[in-house]
Write a protein that binds this ligand. Sequence first.
Ligand SMILES: *Cc1c(COP(=O)(O)O)cnc(C)c1O
Length: 420
Amino acid sequence: MTSTFQPTIETGSASTTPAPATPAAVDRAEARTAHNYHPLPVVIEHAEGAWMTDVDGRRFLDLLAGYSALNFGHSNPRLVEAARAQLGQLTLTSRAFIHDRFADFCAELGDLCGKDLVLPMNTGAEAVETAIKVARKWGYDVKGVPADAARIIVASGNFHGRTTTIVGFSDDPDARDGFGPFAPGFDTVPYGDLAALEAAITPETVAVLIEPIQGEGGVVLPPDGYLRGVRAACTANNVLFAADEIQAGLGRTGRTFACDHEGVVPDLYVLGKALGGGIVPVSAVVGDRDVLGVLAPGQHGSTFGGNPLACAVGTEVVRMLAGGEFQARAAELGDLMRERLEALLGHGLVGVRVRGLWAGIDIDPALGTGREICERLMARGVLAKDTHGSTIRFAPPLVIEPADLAWGLDQLADVLAEAR
Ligand SMILES: *Cc1c(COP(=O)(O)O)cnc(C)c1O
């Protein structure tokens, strides 16, 4: 494996005697902020590739990659150049006018997905909302569902974003409690249970919306054949399959899309995170004309969706993925990560789930919470984030050097050994 993915970064370990992160800088950041996050106490100043440096010059290996938004690494030279060139040219027109970066982005992203049409938005939640609207509109206009009767099947343990509609069909009390009333029209079935999903389909069902791998849930892999079964059930019942690939897609799992692992093509791809190259928020819903074509002017939109800067970066992202090198690298590094993590089963880990360069690990609760382990990792120069309770997710930038990844996982082994 060459280092062409990270041409400007020198590799190596973080400082060997890490001190706690600058308390003053942490306090200042927290003082005037709504506390809807509980960040690790570190204040990052710059970053390149898989390495971040804090305000005191300490280096940290990034094993989160902005929840997969940084699949191509921090300050990826190709993406930064695309953004820089576009900044001096044109940044926003709104969709009232057409700009010269729009056509390529939509055509090339459509080609990557094997679909006709692209509807660009900004954040992931907006793309999910878009998919919900498209599915309902399709249900009424094409499937013939009676007005306002459309239902969408979702899975337990899902994470699709933070809007009021989306948290309404979450089953995470933190995400949902205190934010009702919620939009009706969603039916929840256990994730991975095909029979339950099939049984939940009614004549009013317009779509099944699932993550092909549940990211926030802790990198939860469905049983083999599940996605194929969902596809078949949707086809048989004239229901759309909307795959939320916002975190799983675009190279993370070793394939372009997580659905590719089962050779499954959904009706709607819901994309975000890495599509913006870690530079700007870019999301999209991608589908064929018979589905996405149901929207007419004025029925949906976004002031910033598909803006020139987003399209310039997004097009470069699509071109980088079209070559397949990042997917191959994710698969190869994923094997290394799987081997290292599985070796820790019974030595501090009680669960390991890996697909490509993406892992959910369950810490033996006797050793501490996921948060405590992440704090100990931070003290050793590794940044990762717990998701639920004792589960930690690893999603390193796909450009990470194998030696750095191995070093980061050594730190985990040491932290677990210390805690035992
Ligand atoms: C992050 C995420 C979202 C929401 O994306 P935002 O850009 O934070 O709105 C939706 N679905 C999945 C699977 C995600 O991982």
